[in-house]
Design a protein around this ligand. Structure first.
Ligand SMILES: Cc1cc2nc3c(=O)[nH]c(=O)nc-3n(C[C@H](O)[C@H](O)[C@H](O)COP(=O)(O)OP(=O)(O)OC[C@H]3O[C@@H](n4cnc5c(N)ncnc54)[C@H](O)[C@@H]3O)c2cc1C
Ligand code: SF4
Length: 294
């Protein structure tokens, strides 16, 4: 299953106008965490919050809906949210932690829960993992460098960035610039080249824009925890849904891109193995789904 296990896959978006205005796509990450906080399903959330530097996120423990909203929007650079779980539990005393994670971070948290040696009193406090899709990520310096070089704009004037339709999009007050996504590959983190997971397969609920129309998200509801919060939010009228195949390329596109990511990564894993380089998974010739054992 290239999209991982799920109970339900659907298009969805937040019905809250404020969340719609500030979020990256359908506002599912922000909307669900704010709702979960309100419903006391979680008592705080680890998010990629703002820092002193524009577009350089900082892992943040959000204790209010306003703090969750302040973290809305995608920052295409590293933000070690997992690192903040310890602080959320030990310093903030949270018993039910919500967290937003990209796929590699989701995997890290599930490993922590499966082998809780040294993390026993943290791993069991994670109540909700909202996984976001990810194709690649960049160091902050790389991001700044290629935006200025390829879009020809001052990085400080960028208002939004996005990946979609095979392009990297840069929004400024003066207009929108795009360039082919393949031009960014030379800048991506080396580890992303061997990453097999597009959709945060191990999260409680995943969300991304691939397969969804503009300002909507494609959502996979995966676990009981994800199902509870999502169903309640839909019943409360805070999230609206429509069938995924209504999206222009819908489920077919999401599945295709998830498969492509795995195949490309497996080729690179095989190549690195042949060179005797360390790889995080077995080579494809060993015929095993690397995510199956996590
Ligand atoms: C590096 C990166 C690459 C991505 N690539 C794709 C892609 O190719 N295709 C696709 O469909 N989606 C991709 N996404 C996800 C997409 O951009 C949206 O984040 C996702 O669709 C959720 O939208 P939303 O409106 O529900 O989120 P919002 O409601 O806007 O909330 C976004 C949440 O993401 C968190 N966040 C922001 N930046 C980071 C970060 N760097 N690390 C960890 N958490 C973060 C924020 O804390 C916030 O809680 C990527 C995200 C990242 C961070
Ligand atoms: S592509 Fe994979 S390894 Fe790279 S940041 Fe995204 S989830 Fe992590």
């Amino acid at each position: 299953m290239v999209l991982g296990k799920y109970k339900q896959i659907t298009l969805a978006r937040s019905t809250d106008k404020q969340i719609q205005n500030i979020s990256q796509d359908g506002g599912i990450a922000t909307g669900l965490l704010a709702f979960a906080l309100d419903e006391k399903i979680i008592d705080g959330a680890v998010v990629a919050g703002p820092s002193d530097e524009m577009w350089k996120p900082e892992p943040t423990v959000a204790l209010t809906a306003d703090e969750i909203m302040a973290a809305a929007g995608t920052k295409y650079t590293l933000c070690p949210n997992n690192w903040m779980i310890k602080e959320a539990v030990r310093q903030y005393g949270l018993e039910k932690v919500g967290v937003v994670t990209i796929p590699c971070q989701t995997m890290g948290l599930r490993k922590m829960q499966s082998y809780p040696f040294g993390t026993r009193f943290m791993a069991d406090k994670i109540a909700l993992i909202v996984g976001i899709c990810c194709t690649e990520n960049f160091s902050f310096e790389s991001l700044k460098t290629f935006i200025e070089a390829k879009a020809g704009v001052n990085f400080d004037l960028v208002e939004k960035m996005d990946i979609g339709k095979g392009k990297f999009w840069v929004y400024t007050q003066d207009g929108t610039i795009n360039f082919p996504i393949k031009e960014t590959h030379g800048y991506e983190q080396n580890g992303c080249k061997v990453c097999l997971d597009l959709v945060s397969e191990l999260s409680d609920i995943s969300t991304g824009s691939i397969g969804a129309p503009d300002d909507w998200s494609a959502v996979e509801v995966r676990t009981d925890a994800g199902d509870t919060v999502f169903s309640k939010a839909v019943d409360a009228g805070l999230i609206e849904t429509k069938p995924i195949d209504e999206g222009k390329f819908g489920l077919e596109m999401l599945t295709r891109l998830a498969r492509q990511k795995k195949e490309k990564a497996m080729k690179e894993i095989d190549r690195r193995k042949e060179l005797g380089l360390p790889v995080p998974y077995k080579a494809s010739s060993e015929k095993e789904d690397p995510l199956a054992n996590i």
